[in-house]
Design a protein around this ligand. Sequence first.
Ligand code: C5P
Length: 306
Amino acid sequence: MLTRGGEPSLDAASPVEGALVELAPAKINLTLAVERRRADGFHDLASLVAFASIGDELSLRPSSELSLEVSGPFAQDSGAPEGNLVLKAAKALARRLPGLKLGKFSLTKNIPAAAGLGGGSADAAAALRLLAKLNGLSPQIDVVQDVACETGSDVPVCLASVCRIMRGRGEILGPRLTMPSLSGVLVNPRVQLETARVFATLAKLHGTGVSLPFKEPARACTAAAWLAAIERCGNDLEAAAISLAPTVRDAAMRLRAQTGCALARLTGSGPTVFGLFADEKHAALAAENIGKAEPGWWVRSVRLHG
Ligand code: C5P
């Protein structure tokens, strides 16, 4: 029987007989301010994060053996299963909870890896939700949260996959925000960008503390008010990403040229850029146009959930 659990509930996942299934939605940094470089070399961020209606899919079939098989259009990009964050998270949880029931994970990589979409982190968070479910635990308990932090900077925010502000390296999470659902387009120009190089380039370009902090619109505000609040801010890593991979600017320009595009911006350290649109119809049309003009790029229209 197919069991599906946890937030968010997204579009249909293909059933895997006898397995628990979770979707691992793509993470979008709607704003990203780099506040300061810390003594440990990492940077403290303040980022408004939301999640898309598409993502990878992870299933877990209970077994005494822990394993991972990876398939799907971006399986090659995600490296060897032994280095995958799904196994890293599962092993870390098993170390802290002796007797934890484990199993065989099967991951379908639907979205590009190392793309600024938090794919590996979302997969690890989905693994923790699945193990919590299999063992009758809440994913909110401290041990699961601690393992999420230990596994990677973006894993904690991906655990609940709801719209909120994330700070520090990602370990400080604000309350869920009531953002209305927004229409977006994701464009990945299929170039390589290493996160560490983007942060290193930032120091050479303009340093930290450039973009304005995000200010949440009043409760029950319209999509237009949210778009305006997001627009005022920026992604401090964008200039660095463009200097390393100028195609990122081309992708943003393509989005900005589409009818109904309110803004286009880098997510995370790139190379994926997202556009926010007035409505779903304009977003779908923009994705179709860009996909036709740049057949080598990965382009999807999505909904961003609050
Ligand atoms: O989080 P991730 O392992 O992808 O980070 C890769 C590199 O990017 C880090 O080793 C660090 O150099 C840089 N980084 C940073 N501040 C962050 C996240 C990443 O300086 N908040």
